[in-house]
Ligand binder design. Structure first.
Ligand code: NAP
Length: 264
């Protein structure tokens, strides 16, 4: 497990988490020094960071992959990887929700199970980590709190909040929506065949990018439905997640016998 997988909120742990990212990003800070002219004509120093692909950015770039992840599936992983590539991110931090605000009256799998499945699913990718900030914060999960926590933990980094376009479509119903644009750039990922039309929303210019991810034909809803009927979910979710679902009997509410397992 990487050092940032247990991002916590105490000052000591926040400091450690921040240091761990600096440790990973360390070789890139700063990688080049350029000269720029200030308004008074004097030369001022401009620090740039260099990504692993050799591009220069003003600050390290971190993706914040927000979702309920009930369960995490291959579509989420492909989406995070695509956004990491397209936006030249240094790292993507998956942040499973604690109590999702729009799902207070529906069953959601225990946060610790969703967190552990997310850790298992991301463990082989050195650029993916998992944060507990949302599941450890008491009460309902609001993205404004996620972004504020992440800014505290990773100051001087540019944040890219990644989530499903259908969730972004309701962004004006989110708490303190008008304050979020300064905290992160938003990336809305869509499923093929379900293009989300965000053009009707009065989004600030350049605040949200959309990206179609063919692998998002997979959905958590379908994985849960399949698991509850004992249908195979192998290759829709990582192998370790199949095993976790089986071992803990998740999503089996409609399965007739206790001995029946999710086919893999
Ligand atoms: P959701 O309503 O369960 O999901 C809406 C759609 O987006 C579903 O099709 C879902 O597919 C997809 N999706 C969700 N997360 C995704 C991701 N990371 N990558 C790709 N597709 C994704 O949404 P949710 O999971 O509850 O919330 C998504 C994020 O928005 C969370 O971080 C949540 O905290 C935030 N949010 C904030 C507020 C607020 O601050 N008031 C309100 C709502 C949501 P799958 O089911 O296959 O994932």
């Amino acid at each position: 497990m990487s050092a940032t997988q247990n991002t916590a909120q105490t000052p000591q742990m926040a400091h450690a988490a921040h240091n761990s990212v600096r440790g990973r990003l360390g070789p890139h800070i700063p990688s080049s020094v350029g000269g720029a002219l200030a308004e008074d004509g004097r030369r001022q120093t401009l620090w740039l960071t260099e990504s692993e692909r050799g591009h220069h950015h003003a600050r390290p770039r971190i993706g914040i992959m927000g979702g309920t992840f009930d369960p995490i599936h291959m579509g989420h992983l492909v989406a995070a990887s695509e956004v990491e590539w397209k936006f030249d991110l240094d790292e993507v931090i998956f942040v499973p929700t604690g109590r999702p605000v729009f799902k207070l009256h529906q069953h959601v799998t225990d946060a610790e199970d969703r967190y552990l499945m997310t850790v298992i699913a991301t463990s082989s990718n050195p650029r993916f980590t998992v944060s507990r900030v949302d599941i450890d914060r008491p009460g309902v999960t609001y993205t404004i709190d996620t972004l504020r926590d992440m800014h505290r933990l990773y100051p001087n980094c540019d944040l890219f909040f990644i989530t499903g376009a259908d969730a972004i479509a309701e962004i004006f119903e989110w708490k303190d929506a008008d304050q979020m644009w300064d905290l992160a750039h938003f990336v809305a990922v869509t499923r093929p065949g379900y293009p989300s039309d965000l053009s009707k929303l009065k989004l600030p210019r350049g605040a949200v990018d959309m990206l179609e991810i063919p692998a998002l034909a997979i959905s958590s809803t379908d994985v849960r439905r399949r698991a509850s009927h004992g249908e195979p979910v192998r290759y829709l979710v990582p192998e370790g997640v199949v095993e976790y679902i089986n071992k803990h009997g998740l999503y089996r509410s409609h399965v007739s016998t206790d001995t029946e397992h999710v086919s893999s």
